[in-house]
Write a protein that binds this ligand. Structure first.
Ligand code: ADP
Length: 214
């Protein structure tokens, strides 16, 4: 089973694609944003530390994130493959990931960079709706639920993420440009980067991923 990572700006569709990939390939998704939001909801010590950063659109400090990814790997890796969504997001995190994998002789097979123009990112983010129960992602215009405001799968009332407003979205995109974009070069240099146009549609993106992985 493959070990892959999705790289892309906030709103580029990583979460939506991750869910589809996980069911196609039967691999667990390790999504650091989801793990952090769960910890905030459950008011854990990690959640209390992370909340302020997330609400401002800043990154949570590397040491906190690296520590919980390490333990998420212990569970997910038992199945032989996984998909990382939203991690690594800084060069320090990428180096920590290499070190973590190196300990057990494993490596990342491929990184998919999903490219979406900046103005489209903002409209995707500000229209995003999320099921608080199953995590399914919708968009009020481009991917609406069958019944307005309600999840197709479990009838829960859909919510908006606190950081999905225009102002916070702009800072998240700026943080991506500054801190995460250097990873494009990092993985290109390792020869494991595949770039995908994020506007070609979910099915087509899935096809590119499948063809690339062979
Ligand atoms: P998006 O890709 O739309 O920004 P995520 O759910 O991946 O959504 O992330 C939401 C927020 O969670 C980020 O803005 C950041 O504050 C925090 N976060 C998620 N992953 C990381 C990470 N790897 N390092 C630091 N902070 C993170």
């Amino acid at each position: 089973m493959p070990r892959i990572m999705l790289l892309g700006a906030p709103g580029s569709g990583k979460g939506t694609q991750a869910a589809r990939f996980a069911s196609d390939y039967d691999v667990p998704v390790i999504a650091t944003g989801d793990i952090l939001r769960k910890n905030i909801k459950e008011n854990t010590p990690l959640g209390r530390k992370a909340q302020g950063y997330i609400e401002k659109g800043d990154l949570v400090p590397d040491d906190l994130v690296i520590a919980f990814v390490d333990s998420a790997f212990d569970e997910a890796d038992a199945r032989g493959g996984w998909l990382l969504d939203g991690f690594p997001r800084t060069t320090a995190q990428a180096e920590a990931l290499d070190a973590l994998l190196g300990k057990t002789g494993k490596k990342l097979d491929r990184v998919f960079l999903i490219n979406v123009p900046k103005d489209e990112l903002i409209s995707r983010i500000t229209g995003r709706l999320l099921c608080p129960v199953c995590g399914k992602i919708y968009h009020e215009k481009s991917m609406p639920p069958r019944k307005a405001g309600v999840c197709d799968l479990d009838d829960a009332v859909l919510i908006r993420r606190v950081d999905d407003n225009a102002e916070t979205a702009k800072s998240r995109i700026a943080v991506y440009d500054e801190q995460t974009k250097p990873l494009i070069e990092y993985y290109a240099a390792k020869g494991i980067l595949t770039e995908i146009d994020g506007t070609i549609g979910l099915e087509k993106i899935e096809e590119v991923i499948r063809e690339t992985l062979g």
